[in-house]
Design a protein around this ligand. Structure first.
Ligand SMILES: [Zn+2]
Length: 341
């Protein structure tokens, strides 16, 4: 679980200040809506650094599949090599985090010895870049920022063709089940309080559940003209980048101000201080996401099948999209010690 342990530390200042020396590669990458300034630290050799830069360009472009552009026009990305067996074990990406001090910086700690195909299948970069669609949310409401990033990491990787739709819904379903089992006596706000232990899955997946419920309600009531993507597009236009800390209610009130009828604060009032887990089972069933012995099956004759397809795309085989190496089977490329998220 080391990776998840560190992934939760997003958006805090860190001690890994960028150094002027020791950089094996500094370059920039143009993606829709943004320029990334990418630093790959030594000792990663030039060939692998070039591959990693291309992976980052691809993963950051995933986020533009939400509303057509990357949320922060100027973002720094720093890749730091770690030794085998440290932090994330043998995982290609040990962990990542967003640092917001004088601008947005995303750091990735990687095992450069792993084949580049494993980087493409890894969700960490899509998760961290998805964080940038929201401003910095106070740590006591981190279940919102972690939840939205956890929701988007899965649906964006499906839209990008790096997960099948079924894989994405399987991961969401499994995450919701882990969230339901995690500290059921606590509310999301209680779980996110400092000093609370063994509540990580509740923090990540209760927020993802609210993101899904909001997305469905927006799409259903508008006939598809509104969605979480659309609201976050408007949030980017009005409010990003932001240099202040937002509380959960401040963020959700702002999101509600960008749509005709509120969705987010009603969900907050219903769930933020309520023990247990948001009921997503009925929502998944309406989307046509069924499980047989824990395995997700997608049904195309469900009440909200079209909304599910709008969220994640159709359940087509993962294929080589431009710039993406062909994905491998999940069982073949998931390191044994990789934590479940
Ligand atoms: Zn995160």
């Amino acid at each position: 679980m080391r990776k998840a342990l560190f992934a939760i530390l997003v958006t805090i200042p860190c001690a890994h200040a960028s150094a002027a020396s020791g950089d094996s590669l500094v370059t920039s990458a143009q993606i829709p809506g943004a320029t990334l300034r990418i630093t790959v630290r030594e000792p990663i050799d030039d060939d692998k650094a070039t591959e990693i830069v291309e992976w980052l360009r691809t993963a950051s472009s995933d986020v533009s599949l939400a509303y057509g552009r990357f949320p922060i026009p100027a973002t720094s990305v720093v890749v730091i090599p770690t030794g085998r067996g440290r932090w994330g074990g043998d995982a290609a990406v040990s962990f990542g985090r967003v640092v917001r001090v004088g601008g947005e910086k995303v750091e990735f700690f990687v095992n450069a010895d792993r084949p580049i195909e494993e980087f493409y299948k890894d969700w960490t970069a899509t998760h961290e870049f998805s964080h940038l669609m929201l401003p910095y949310v106070s740590s006591r409401h981190k279940w919102i920022s972690e939840g939205f990033a956890s929701y988007y990491q899965n649906i964006l990787m499906a839209r990008a063709g790096r997960y099948t739709a079924r894989e994405a819904w399987q991961k969401l379903h499994d995450g919701f089940e882990r969230g339901r089992d995690s500290r059921p006596e606590l509310s999301p706000n209680q779980a996110a309080a400092s000093g609370v232990r063994r509540a990580r899955m509740k923090i990540y997946w209760s927020g993802a559940a609210l993101a899904l419920l909001a997305d469905i309600e927006l799409r259903e009531r508008s006939g598809g003209t509104e969605s979480l993507d659309v609201v976050l597009d408007r949030l980017q236009v009005c409010c990003l980048p932001s240099r202040r800390t937002w509380s959960g209610p401040q963020l959700f009130s702002k999101l509600d101000s960008l749509i005709e009828e509120p969705v987010f604060m009603p969900l907050y009032r219903r769930h933020a201080d309520t023990a247990g887990f948001p009921d997503v089972r009925q929502a998944l069933a309406r989307l046509g996401v069924r499980t047989i012995g824990g395995d997700v099956r997608l049904r195309d004759n469900a009440e909200l099948t079209e909304i599910r397809i709008a969220i994640s795309g159709r359940d087509e085989l993962v294929s080589a999209v431009a710039g993406h190496p062909p994905a491998k089977k999940r069982t073949a490329d998931r390191p044994a010690r990789r934590p479940a998220m």
